[in-house]
Every structure is written in C-alpha cells, then in structure tokens.
Ligand binder design. Sequence first.
Ligand code: ATP
Ligand code: MG
Length: 588
Amino acid sequence: MSSVSSPAVASNFLRTIIEKDLAEGRHAQKPWAGRPGPASVQRQGSPDPARIRTRFPPEPNGYLHIGHAKSICLNFGLARDYQGACHLRFDDTNPEKEEEEYVHAIIDMVKWLGFDWQYHNEENLYFASDYFSYMYEFAEALVQSGHAYVDEQSPEEIRVMRGTLTEPGSDSPWRGRPAGESLRLLREMRDGAHPDGSLCLRARIDMRSPNLNMRDPVLYRIRHAEHHRTGRQWCIYPMYSWAHPVEDALEGITHSICTLEFEDQRPFYDWILERLAELGMLLRPLPQQYEFARLNLNYVVTSKRKLLQLVRDGHVSGWDDPRLPTLSGLRRRGYTPSSIRLFCERLGVSKADSRIDYSVLEQALRDDLDPVAARAVAVLDPLKLVITNYPEGQSEPCHAPVNPHDPEAGTRSFPFSRELWIERDDFREDPPKKYFRLFPGNKVRLKYGYIVECTGCVKNAAGEIIEVHAEYLPDTKSGTPGADSVKVKGNITWVSAAHAVAAEIRLYDRLFLEPHPDAGDKDFITALNPDSCKSVQAWLEPGSNAEPGATWQFERLGYFTADLKDSTPRRPVINRAVTLKDSWVQTK
Ligand code: ATP
Ligand code: MG
C-alpha cells in the first residue's frame, strides 16, 4: 500500500471514533489466530498486531463503480493510516446472482486503485462462503439456546404477519416450537429434505419491536441452487443481515463501515453478535457497525442492477464502456487511480446524504494529470492551412516543452512545413467581435512556430471552405530573438499535414441528459443521451506513440488516453477523458 500517497488527511467522524478506541485500547488485547474463525480458533492466537481491522465486502454480482471506490478508499485508507489491516471479502452468500468473472474483475480493480489486502504475512482475501460451516454451527447453537426457531409459514405469510411501521407484527404459530424440534427440522433443511420456501430459520426476538428488522428476522432460507464456489454442498443459504455480522466477527473486524441504509439493521447486528458471544462462540470486544453516506453522483446511475441493464440491453459496449461510472469504464476513459483517490479524498465522509456533481470527478482528473501529462497537439476538426510563401518540400523543427510544469520532462520537437492542419473553428471568413484567430488580414501565432498573416481562403463548388491561405513572417519563430517583434492576440495549434499521425478520436459526453436519471420511479433509459459518443478522424503531432493507455494533454483540448482495447500504435484510437474546462456547464 506504500504506493498510495497520504496527503493531509481530512478529519472525519470515523477517525474520531477510531482514535478514541485506540486511546482506550479497546481492541488491544483481542486475540487473533492469523485467520478467520470463532472463539475456539481465536483463543489460540495472541493479541492482534493490527490496531484496527476494516473490510471492503463486495457482492460478486457486478463490476465495481465509483461509489465502491469511496468505500474502498475509506476502508483501505483507514487501515493504512492507523497501522491496521483491511480485508477484501467477497460477500458471496447468495448463490443465484454471483459469478467468478466478477470476483476477478473486483480483485483487478481494487489493485488498480492502489490497494492490497496484505498485512505482514497475512493475505486478507476472504470469501463469506468459506464460513458457511461456522454459520451453520452458530445457527444450531442459537436454536438450542432458544434464540431461533424453524418456521413453517410461507414467505408471503411471514411478510403479512410482520406488521408495518405503524402496526406491530404477530407471532408465528411455530414460534413456540420446542428447541429439539427446531433443531431436527434445521438439520433436515440442511440435508435437503425440504423444498425451497417450505421452511426457514428465524431469530426469536420481538414481533412487536418498533424496528421491523427485529421482528424475528429470517436467518436461513432453503435454496436448492448451485453456488459458484461451494457447488451443491449447501441447500440452505444465510440471509445477508445474519451473514454479515458473523463474517465481520469471524474476521476480527473492529470497525465495520457501511452505508446509511444499514442503520436500521444495526440493532440486529448487535443482537446477533451479543447472543453468539454469550454462547461462547465469539470473543469480545465485538465488531461495531458505523454508517456513512453513500456517494450519489449526478448524471450517472450506480446501481449494479441498472448498470447490468445498460450492458445487457446494448446501450453501452460492455462493463468497461468509457461512458460508464464503473471503475473499468473510468480506467478505459483515461481516469487514473490517483485521480479517483483524490476525488474520494475531496468527498470526505459524512452521515448526511448528498449528491455530488460530476464536474467534481472531472476536476480531480484534471488536477491529477496537469502536473504530469505529456503535452501534444491534436487537430480534431481539420482544415488545411497553406503557408503560400513557405517553400514546398521544406520543413524545419519547432520545439515545445513536454510539460511546462516540469522542466525535467524535457522538450519535444515537430516539423513546420508549407501545409498544416488547423482546427476548422480557428478560421472565420467573417469574424465575430473579439475573435482573435485567423481571418483575412489578421495575424496569429502558430503556437511554437511562426506568426502568420491570413490572406484568404479557397472554397469548393458547394461554398465550403476547404483551404485557408496565409503568409509567414520569417523572423518571428518562437524561441528566436525576433519572436516578440510582432504582437498578436491569437495563438493557435497546428500539425504539419505531411507528418501528422492519423487517429480516431472518441469524444464522449455524459451518458445521461438528466442529473438524476433514476430519481423516483423514472425509467432511466429514457434519459440516455443519444449523442454520448462521437467519433472523429483527427491528426496528431508526429511522434505521438499511441500505446494503449498512453495519456496526453492535447493542447487547448483536454486530456486524452489511447484506448486500452481498440488502440494500436499503427491505428490509434483515443478517448477524450475530460475537456480542459468544464464545457458541460456552458453547452447546456
Ligand atoms: P449496488 O446497489 O450498486 O448493487 P451494493 O451496495 O449492493 O451496490 P455491494 O457489492 O454490496 O454493492 O457493495 C460493497 C460495498 O460498497 C458495501 O460496503 C457498500 O456499502 C459499498 N458501496 C456500494 N455503493 C456505494 C456508494 N454509492 N457509495 C459508497 N459506498 C458504496
Ligand atoms: Mg449489496
């Protein structure tokens, strides 16, 4: 984790809690056997050298998105800052939607963000499905001690009997079932003797609790389904609210940080761990759950279900489409791990839900790349400029800094010649007021080259401008003593037509036209931006080596990256990651 810079860390309420716990030595004596397990395993260990343990617990049912990055940066960042360990745990307790493909993609992305799960000699990469036996053992103990019972009501009956926010629930007719009978039925459930939905195991808490989550929540349900790791070994699967606290406790997690929607689950989280500790299955101090506000970003959707819909229905090219807020999409678009960490740092951590504007993410990328990105020239909408007084067949080098903020990055050089490509927008036959670029009779500087005076243009039969003509002023070359002898207001970029490198450039816009595409019960598909990707044939500065992943600031235009999938040095395909300025606001 040393590759991750740790600038002045913004204080947040979680840091306050952790610092207090550390000051009180709350977890200092808790034994850790070096691997997850119940009290019987941990007692063999010695006090955990990790001062805190956090975890990032994705369900492997989709690709990670920018919201997950917030949780990753928070959990791994806290562990790093307090000499602790952060576990990557796959919450794979739901057999139906999970796949191995997602496991690999998640591992890949957490590493890409710059984090790892190594703590001294420990590899803290875990799968909740590895704990199924412990969970089952705990369930039997809960049944034997009267804290759980097997219910025979249908899922629908259970739902109705649960009551509402304003009405208390009512007891199941099976609530008073003797422990021995529940135990026998639980074993039958485990052994596959009952069909899906016919029986379930419930905690015996309080059907009149004002908190619906405390009204005898279901712990185990029957699902005769194939699991991506355990195959057909189990046909009962734990519910998330039961599995999650147990996973945390088995792993010795000290601070279990989750998003706000789990706040109402906290009483059950505490209840279940207390019971298991009383029964001697877990050691104290128990993990504590803390909630923070999830990241909501304007102009995107981050629900995995909705992202899956976009991918499956072909609205985007795949999970790594550069328009998606998935981490693999952002990577392909040109986002760097450090820009995403910077973004998460700027977000801070709070308990109040808020929406973040997409421009905050974009600004983090600009701020990250500006000091380091190599500069180059690209012309995206090319128009020929002919320097009529420059000899045909002649060329000469012009020099420019690789990065003006970093003299050590050196200089680059590219040829000037008689025929150049300029941006179509840099010439106007009839210029509007305050237009300082090329128009007949006006002088501009060709950046890093000469000052030229526009003499006119050539049109085709349809009246379209196909060529601009100009004459250069021989002793005004940038970097020579005469450079400043003529004053001009315009400075335009160009590339030599005979030397330029052809490239396809993909100009992305937001995927959605509305800031809250999925607000309320709106169909977010209707908010898709039909023009979110435009491809242009551009000319690049010669020498631009478009190896996949290569990144530049194209002067005056923005930050660009050679596409990881489609680009080859011979046939560059380049994504615009972000414009230099926040163009979105102006074009709306
Ligand atoms: P989704 O709703 O997209 O399916 P999820 O919360 O179900 O997301 P998980 O795989 O369960 O996805 O999430 C793993 C972790 O990432 C959880 O701890 C969750 O709280 C956190 N997380 C998910 N989305 C966000 C978000 N938008 N902001 C912050 N943390 C998030
Ligand atoms: Mg989830």
